[in-house]
Design a protein. Structure first.
Length: 135
């Protein structure tokens, strides 16, 4: 069985658990193992209401960073580098999409975007990026 690495936003402590595996539950709490480095882990027992789980999309950005649900990315507008759009990664109807923040358009399937993309933050640690499209 393949173990899926996730990122977890802890709402109580307002910290991101960058690499974690959900291993089960104990009573009313979820058990997470945080991977700190090759030899060190940390065990977390958290209530489901206190966390947001960010699943990997299995796509990477231009810097070889994994793109996760909840990430905010920039997408080049064209090959000539005349600007970029900003979007949030969401899971909708069984597929990962980009919900554009600064452009009034329909969501676009992440797997169909061929132009360069880069993770610039996420909705939990960088909520100010979501406000760009509201101005």
């Amino acid at each position: 069985m393949r173990t899926q690495m996730v990122r977890v936003w802890n709402k109580k402590t307002e910290e991101m658990i960058k690499e974690a595996v959900i291993v089960g539950n104990k009573g009313d709490k979820i058990t997470l193992i945080e991977i700190l480095n090759d030899k060190t882990t940390k065990l977390w027992f958290v209530e489901p209401k206190d966390i947001e789980v960010m699943h990997p999309t299995w796509f990477k950005d231009k810097n070889d960073n994994e793109i996760y649900e909840g990430d905010i990315i920039t997408i080049k507008v064209d090959e000539d580098d005349y600007g970029c759009d900003l979007g949030e990664i969401e899971f909708q109807n069984g597929i990962y999409v980009v919900e554009y923040i600064n452009v009034a358009t329909h969501p676009e399937y992440l797997h169909e975007i061929t132009l360069e993309k880069e993770v610039v933050g996420n909705v939990y640690e960088n909520p100010q990026l979501l406000e760009i499209g509201q101005n």
